[in-house]
Design a protein around this ligand. Structure first.
Ligand SMILES: Nc1ncnc2c1ncn2[C@@H]1O[C@H](COP(=O)(O)OP(=O)(O)OP(=O)(O)O)[C@@H](O)[C@H]1O
Ligand SMILES: O=C(O)C(=O)C[C@H](O)[C@H](O)CO
Length: 319
């Protein structure tokens, strides 16, 4: 049941906490960097990046009120990120600006078939759970956490924050993101899962966490679940495992992608929105698959944010 708010226009109120950075996207065919060579890109864009910020913008696009909690440097890119979030309707009052660090930057080398990222973390690891205040939680229906590149010593404090949120009747979700340092090992994930309604990793991430190449093995190894584990399978769609441990897979919508950056983040927004609307299992995955598919139709994470009207349209055309 959603909390009653003073204004009834937004369908729900969500706090998103996580990293904030710009993406510099170089697009072309032969653009993989090589030592002592110079490659030529066809196109260059500087856009709002970061999984958490893209999820925040996609939630707003679905009609949700979103407060974003993060950290940037007192520099040009920090200002750019805040302006872009404001332009898309995200509340930025809880973004901390620090003059002692630089805003994170991701360089994305994007071809028609694949992309590679190089990130300078800068302010990214400075996001800490205490930035989500109790008064923010009291106003929210849901708390989402995008966890890419966090401070190691902060890990257990995120589960404390999730427990506090749930005690206040706020549902919780998180997406690990790809963290090469293996910070989110199996025990860390399982600790956070005890207070998580929706865990939304990609297939590659959950296989890496469970050190296997088979989803069947992940499912047998998962602990007793209190919430749902929803795995993003790219062009194959998505898979849900809940307390019953009976996996459900729903195929994606057939689209020709322009750029898949942020598909997973828009999918996350679809899962959060759908969950708050009371959608479950197949209905939930179908809604989020539509969000992911629609987001591939533009360049950059926020180039094609899904709307309810577009979701209706794609679902009707394929029913
Ligand atoms: N080529 C595609 N065609 C149709 N739907 C897609 C395609 N790629 C992604 N999607 C949809 O978007 C969802 C999320 O995509 P994906 O699995 O690539 O997430 P991700 O690995 O987190 O990606 P990213 O890192 O780009 O955000 C998929 O589960 C699927 O529903
Ligand atoms: O595609 C994704 O999953 C991303 O989150 C892309 C982002 O824009 C991000 O900045 C990459 O670090």
């Amino acid at each position: 049941m959603m909390k009653t708010k003073a204004s009834h226009t937004p369908v729900a109120s969500v706090v998103v906490v996580g990293e904030l950075n710009v993406d510099m996207i170089l697009t072309g065919e032969d653009i993989v960097p090589e030592w002592n060579r110079e490659k030529i890109a066809n196109q260059f864009e500087i856009v709002l990046g970061s999984s958490s910020a893209i999820t925040a913008c996609a939630l707003v696009s679905l009609g949700v009120e979103v407060t974003f909690v993060s950290v940037v440097g007192a520099d040009y890119f920090g200002e750019f990120c805040i302006q872009e979030l404001q332009r898309m309707g995200v509340n930025t009052d809880h973004i901390h600006i620090r003059s002692d660090i630089k805003t994170g930057v991701t360089l994305s080398f994007s071809t028609s078939s694949d992309r590679g990222l190089v990130t300078y973390p800068g302010s990214i690891p400075c996001v800490t759970p205490d930035m989500v205040t109790e008064s923010l939680l009291r106003e929210a229906d849901h708390l989402h956490f995008g966890s890419y590149y966090l401070q190691d010593q902060m890990r257990e404090h995120w589960s404390t924050l999730f427990a506090q949120a749930q005690q206040l009747g706020v549902s919780t979700s998180f997406d690990t993101g790809w963290d090469i340092r293996n910070l989110w090992d199996r025990s860390g994930i399982e600790q956070l899962l005890t207070t998580t309604n929706l865990f939304i990793p990609s297939e590659e991430e959950i296989l890496h966490i469970y050190n296997t190449s088979h989803m069947e093995e992940v499912i047998t190894k998962l602990p007793d679940l209190v919430g749902d584990v929803i795995v993003k399978l790219g062009s194959q769609g998505s898979l849900l495992v809940d307390a019953t441990k009976q996996p459900l897979t729903i195929r994606s919508y057939p689209v020709t992608p322009i750029d898949t950056t942020g598909a997973g983040d828009c999918f996350n927004a679809g899962i959060i929105y759908g969950y708050l609307q009371g959608y479950r299992r197949a209905t939930l995955l179908e809604f989020a698959n539509a969000c992911g598919a629609l987001s591939t139709q533009g360049v950059g994470g926020t180039g094609a944010l899904p709307t309810l009207q577009q979701i209706d349209h794609i679902q009707m055309s394929h029913s």
